[in-house]
Design a protein around this ligand. Structure first.
Ligand code: UD1
Ligand code: CA
Length: 475
C-alpha cells in the first residue's frame, strides 16, 4: 500500500459476552486467534505502523501474538474504557508528526479480506474524506452500532444499540467497526469525545458525528460480502464465523484440485497446505501446519495436527499429531500417531496401533494391536500382532532398536533398552530382555507341556469336562 498508513487494531476489551477465561480476541477459528486473522490481513497492507491496543489479560494476549507477528507494537490502554480511548492511546504512541491515514480494525472482526481494506483506503483517499467507514446491511442488525444517514444519504452519526431510539434500532445498516481516518483530524476530534452514553465509555463512533458537525467529509462503503464484517461477541457468533472461514478455506483447496467429499464435515485450518489430487473423506480435520502431498487420501474420521503426509499415502480413521507419514504408506483404521512418529515410504501402521517417537523404516509394517514408543526400526520389518515396546521401567524411558528385515512373533514384548540385529526373529509370546544378535531367533517362553485328562479329573460335571469326554470317547 502506498502512502502513509498506520494500522490500529483494537484488542483491549475483555469480551464479557464470551463468558470465558480466555480473552475474546484469543479465541481461535481456523487454527488462529481472532486477532491473529486481523493481524495476518493487516500485515499484507504494508503499513508503516501496526499497533495492537491491549489491556485485559495483556500479557497473555502479547505472548500469544509476538512470535507470529514480530512487526506489531503493543500499546497499553489505561483505565478509561471504550474504543475511542483505545484509538487515542494508540495514536498518541505514533510519531507526533505522523499525518497519514489511520486504519482502525477490531480484533473481533476476523473475516475481512485485504481487498476490502484496500478498496476502503483507496476510496477514502479518492474522496479526500476525513473519515471513511465500512458498513453492511444485515437482516438482523442486533448488537451492532447503526449507521444514521440524512435525507440525502450522507452519514450523520453512528448510534450504539444501547443508546438507540426504536426508530434508530430499526435501521439495518450497521457499522462494521472498521474505519480509515486522516490522522490530524482523528487526533483533534478524539480529544473532544466524552463518556456520556449508556455504557459510560469513550466511543470511537462519536468522532463521526463530531466530524460531521464541523462539516468534515465522512464517507461510507457498504460491504458486498456481509459475512466479512461479522463481529464476534459471543460463542454463537464464534461458531458462525468459524463456519464461514472454513467454507472459504475448503473452496480455496477445491479450486486448487483437492476433492472434498463432504465440505460440511471437513475442517481445514488456515495454515494447512494441501496439493492437487488429494482426497478428503467426511469427518476429517486437517489442523495447524499439516502438509499433504499429491494423491493422498485422508479420512474418513481423521484428525491430523501438524502432520506431513507423503504422496499417495492413505490415512483412514486416524488421530495423528506431529507425525510424518511417508509416500504410499498406509495408516489406520483406528491408529493413534503421537509426536515424533516417522513412518517410511510404503510403510504401514494398522488397526489399534499407537506410536510415539518412533522411526519406522521404509516398507516396514506394524499392522495390528501394537504400542511402539521410543523406537528406531529399520527397513522391511514386520512386527507381529500385539508386539509391544516396553519403553518405561517405571522411572525412565528407554529406546528399542530394530534392524532391517526383523520379524517378531505375535505378542512379543521388547523390554527396552534392547536391540534386535538385522534379520532377527522372535517367537510368539517372547519377552525380549536381552539384545538379539543379527539373524538369531529369540524365544523366552518355556516349552509347552500337556497334562492329559486334567479337566475330566479335576472339573468333573462341568460343561468343559463333558465336552472333553465326548471328544475323547469319539476318537
Ligand atoms: C463496536 C462499535 C459498533 C460496531 C461494532 C462492530 C463502538 C462504540 N461500537 O461495538 O458501532 O457496530 O463494534 O463489530 O466502537 N476494545 C478496546 N478497548 C476498549 C473496548 C473495546 O480495545 O476499551 C476493543 C475490543 O477488544 C474489540 C473492539 O474494540 O476488539 C470492539 O469492542 P466491542 O466491545 O466488541 O464493541 P462492540 O460493542 O461490538
Ligand atoms: Ca464487537
Amino acid at each position: 500500500m502506498t502512502g502513509n498508513l498506520a494500522i490500529i487494531i483494537l484488542a483491549a476489551g475483555q469480551g464479557t459476552r464470551m463468558k470465558s477465561r480466555l480473552p475474546k480476541v484469543l479465541h481461535p477459528i481456523g487454527g488462529r486467534p481472532l486477532v491473529g486473522h486481523v493481524l495476518t490481513t493487516a500485515a499484507r497492507l504494508e503499513a508503516q505502523h501496526i499497533e495492537v491496543v491491549v489491556r485485559h489479560e495483556r500479557d497473555q494476549v502479547v505472548a500469544a501474538l509476538t512470535a507470529d507477528y514480530p512487526d506489531a507494537v503493543f500499546i497499553d490502554q489505561d483505565d478509561v474504557p471504550g474504543t475511542g480511548r483505545a484509538v487515542q492511546v494508540a495514536i498518541d504512541a505514533l510519531p507526533g508528526d505522523f499525518d497519514g491515514d489511520v486504519l482502525v480494525l477490531s480484533g473481533d472482526v476476523p473475516l475481512l479480506e485485504v481487498e476490502t481494506l484496500r478498496g476502503l483506503i483507496d476510496g477514502h483517499r479518492a474522496a479526500a474524506a476525513a473519515a471513511t467507514l465500512l458498513s453492511a446491511r444485515l437482516d438482523d442488525p442486533t448488537g451492532y452500532g447503526r449507521v444514521i444517514r440524512d435525507d440525502e444519504g450522507t452519514v450523520q452519526r453512528i448510534v450504539e444499540q444501547k443508546d438507540a431510539t426504536a426508530d434508530e434500532a430499526a435501521v439495518t445498516e450497521i457499522n462494521a467497526g472498521v474505519y480509515v481516518f486522516r490522522a490530524p483530524e482523528l487526533r483533534t476530534y478524539l480529544a473532544q469525545v466524552g463518556q456520556d452514553n449508556a455504557q459510560g465509555e469513550m466511543y470511537l463512533t462519536t468522532v463521526i458525528e463530531l466530524l460531521r458537525a464541523a462539516d468534515q467529509r465522512v464517507a461510507a462503503e457498504i460491504a458486498v460480502d456481509t459475512a466479512s464484517t461479522f463481529g464476534i461477541n459471543d460463542r454463537i457468533q464464534l461458531a458462525e464465523a468459524g463456519r464461514v472461514l472454513n467454507d472459504r478455506i475448503v473452496r480455496r483447496w477445491q479450486r486448487e484440485g483437492v476433492t472434498v467429499i463432504d465440505p460440511a464435515t471437513t475442517w481445514i485450518d488456515d495454515d494447512a497446505n494441501l496439493s492437487p489430487d488429494v482426497t478428503i473423506l467426511p469427518n476429517t480435520h486437517i489442523l495447524r501446519a499439516t502438509v499433504i502431498a499429491p494423491g493422498a487420501i485422508i479420512g474418513p474420521d481423521t484428525t491430523l495436527v501438524d502432520c506431513e503426509v507423503g504422496e499417495n499415502a492413505i490415512v483412514r480413521r486416524t488421530d495423528a499429531t506431529l507425525a510424518v507419514i511417508g509416500a504410499e504408506a498406509t495408516v489406520g483404521p483406528f491408529s493413534f500417531l503421537r509426536p515424533g512418529t516417522v513412518l517410511g515410504a510404503k510403510g504401514k501402521i494398522g488397526a489399534y496401533v499407537e506410536t510415539k517417537n518412533a522411526e519406522i523404516g521404509e516398507g516396514s509394517k506394524v499392522p495390528h494391536l501394537s504400542y511402539v514408543g521410543d523406537a528406531t526400526i529399520g527397513r522391511g520389518v514386520n512386527l507381529g500382532a500385539s508386539t509391544i515396546t516396553a519403553n518405561y521401567d517405571d522411572v525412565n524411558k528407554h529406546r528399542t532398536e530394530i534392524g532391517d528385515e526383523v520379524h517378531t512373533g505375535s505378542h512379543t514384548v521388547l523390554v527396552a533398552p534392547v536391540r534386535l540385529g538385522a534379520g532377527a526373529k522372535t517367537a510368539a509370546g517372547a519377552v525380549v530382555r536381552k539384545d538379539v544378535p543379527a539373524g538369531a531367533l529369540a524365544m523366552s517362553v518355556a516349552p509347552q507341556r500337556n497334562v492329559e485328562g486334567w479337566v475330566e479329573k479335576n472339573r468333573a460335571g462341568t460343561g468343559a469336562a463333558d465336552a472333553a469326554s465326548r471328544e475323547n470317547s469319539a476318537e
